[in-house]
Design a protein around this ligand. Structure first.
Ligand SMILES: C[S@@+](CC[C@H](N)C(=O)[O-])C[C@H]1O[C@@H](n2cnc3c(N)ncnc32)[C@H](O)[C@@H]1O
Length: 240
């Protein structure tokens, strides 16, 4: 039994690798993670034209929770479902947005999947922040600069001030989780004119924000912020 865990890129259907497209075309079953039943999956939207038309689509629900026992139970249950399907099909694919190794849902259940006796191959994808930097026409880092990639979740709040202090280039993932803390630190470090936020980079719904006042109103999910201390707002190369 083998599972291909596939990053399908951040949103543009052309930003999917040849390997990912090929595996999707060959897989008899495709697992699609959702946060709640009935929710539309962005990863599925990106991948669907590459999925074999005869493939069975199996949604796996990963509810938002901070209860570790509940999460453990959910991950084991989803891993069991994957193994039961693969017993019949031998191979299958699990899809995630962007790259599979960057904050992806798949990585939560990797251990549980392997404990079920399933062999796993990770198929990398283009990350959201690579796409954002390319859209804006800027480097993520150059020469000997450092690059920090941090999630803005409430648990990591205490780090943001220090990160803003130390790094030349910063990528903030999941900024919708804590816009107040981001705004506070942008102001504290006088970086109000050095950030760009992109919502759904590469997708037709893509939007670009550069004003601090817009951040104060809240940040939509599936946005990524780039901060570069030596540059101003990076909108000049951006194309929808
Ligand atoms: C669960 S993480 C998945 C990251 C993904 N595996 C990657 O490689 O970018 C979700 C976060 O990724 C970022 N993200 C994913 N797709 C995006 C897109 N198309 N545009 C902007 N940000 C995106 C957002 O920061 C979002 O909160």
């Amino acid at each position: 039994m083998k599972l291909y865990s596939i990053g399908v890129g951040p949103g543009d259907k052309e930003d999917i690798t040849i390997k990912a497209a090929r595996r999707l075309g060959e897989s008899p079953v495709v697992f699609v993670p959702v946060k709640q039943w009935g929710e539309k999956s962005f990863a599925y939207d990106i991948a669907k034209e590459y999925i074999n038309q005869k493939a069975e689509i199996v949604e796996l629900c990963f509810p938002m929770s901070y209860d570790l026992d509940e999460l453990d139970k959910n991950w084991k249950e989803n891993a069991r479902i994957v193994r039961e399907k693969l017993e019949k099909t031998e191979t299958g694919a699990f899809i995630v947005i962007g790259d599979v190794t960057m904050y992806s849902t798949y990585m939560y259940i990797d251990d549980a999947i392997k404990a079920e006796g399933v062999e796993v191959e990770l198929v990398p994808g283009i990350t959201s922040f690579s796409k954002v930097a390319s859209l804006l026409g800027i480097p993520l880092a150059k020469w000997d600069e450092g690059l920090a990639i941090v999630p803005a979740t409430r648990d990591s709040d205490f780090d943001l001030d220090e990160i803003f202090e130390k790094f030349q280039n910063i990528v903030i993932m999941k900024p919708s989780h804590n816009p107040e803390n981001i705004v506070k630190n942008l102001k504290k470090h006088k970086l109000e004119n050095n950030f760009t936020l992109v919502y759904k980079a590469g997708a037709k719904e893509q939007e670009i924000y550069t004003k601090i006042e817009e951040m104060e109103k809240g940040i939509p999910y599936l946005s990524t912020m780039l901060i570069n201390k030596s540059r101003g707002r990076f909108v000049w190369h951006a194309k929808a």
